[in-house]
Design a binder for this molecule. Structure first.
Ligand SMILES: NC(=O)c1ccc[n+]([C@@H]2O[C@H](COP(=O)([O-])OP(=O)(O)OC[C@H]3O[C@@H](n4cnc5c(N)ncnc54)[C@H](O)[C@@H]3O)[C@@H](O)[C@H]2O)c1
Length: 274
């Protein structure tokens, strides 16, 4: 894949899944890559893969919920490479649990990582992206940023918020005349560790939930997801749907409006463990 030669790209949550695949594809496309994660072992594995490709790489432990650390990290990446062109705000966590039984702290945690992590990354790097003359913000939402499902209120909230934030930003960059493109990414089920790493409200069977996700819902490989995302970045798409499931669900929600809620509930009650 061509097109990113000489560009400096930042990927959060690069120790696993979509983030790791994005970092590898970017490296193959000739980009210099700044990777980070809280999981330093996963991060080291990604770093090794990038070095084997021959890419210039900077790897750091970064928790995307830590605002001051993120601001300092943006300065350090710019200092290291001399510029920054792209940030992929990818780090994320999942959580299952009905509103009735989910604790405030669990909802806050999902918002901290999945929403505030994206806000931190966007704001910390925006001045550098503008200064580069050729910037791009890529924020990872989800199909759960397009419609809601029972048991995912925390995750739905964060992913809808990422979409709102990112769609506003894209228009702002155009209005301000800044040289920064903005893309919101809505993956469907991607075969990653997300469900195995996910939290769940008390009483829910986490193993079973992860099994349902792995066996029935995750159908697209992270490598394929990364290629679809990078293709959309090249084409400066406002929105990218990743996977056939994402495309079908998007159409269904558009056609039915709020009526999708009546359709989904009986289907999900058959798939999800009780
Ligand atoms: N897998 C899917 O089906 C799917 C679908 C839609 C959206 N997404 C989104 O894609 C993104 C990547 O997820 P994935 O599927 O590759 O999952 P994953 O669990 O394989 O990878 C997520 C990475 O983020 C890291 N991370 C978690 N909390 C962090 C924090 N506070 N700071 C820094 N890093 C942190 C993890 O250590 C992990 O390496 C997430 O935003 C997720 O919500 C995934």
């Amino acid at each position: 894949m061509e097109g990113f030669a000489g560009k400096v790209a930042v990927v959060t949550g690069a120790g696993s899944g979509i983030g790791q695949a994005l970092a590898i594809e970017l490296a193959r496309s000739g980009a210099k890559v700044a990777i980070s994660d809280v999981d330093t072992e996963g991060l080291a594995r990604t770093e090794e893969r990038l070095k084997a490709i021959g890419a210039e790489v900077k790897a750091d432990r970064l928790d995307v919920t830590e605002r001051e650390a993120f601001l300092a990290y943006a300065d350090a990446v710019n200092e290291h490479f001399g510029k920054v062109n792209q940030i992929y705000n990818n780090a994320g966590i999942a959580f299952s649990g009905d509103v009735e039984v989910t604790q405030f702290k669990d909802i806050e945690r999902v918002m901290d990582v999945d929403f505030w992590g994206v806000v931190h990354g966007t704001k910390a790097f925006l001045p550098y992206l503008i200064a580069s003359g050729d910037g791009h913000v890529i924020n990872i939402s989800s199909v759960f940023g397009l419609f809601s499902v029972p048991g995912q209120a925390a995750y739905n909230s964060a992913k809808f918020a990422v979409r709102g934030f990112t769609e506003a930003l894209r228009q702002e960059m155009v209005l301000a005349g800044h040289p920064v493109k903005v893309t919101t990414v809505h993956p469907g089920g991607i075969k990653t560790a997300i469900a195995r790493n996910a939290g769940a409200a008390e009483g829910l069977d986490r193993e079973k939930l992860a099994e349902v996700f792995d066996k029935q819902l995750a159908n697209t490989s992270p490598q394929r997801a990364a290629r679809v995302i990078l293709d959309a970045v090249r084409k400066n798409k406002a929105r990218v749907l990743v996977g056939p499931d994402a495309k079908v669900l998007d159409v269904l929600v558009r056609l039915t409006g709020s009526g999708y809620q009546r359709l989904f509930t009986p289907i999900l009650s058959r798939i999800l463990p009780h």
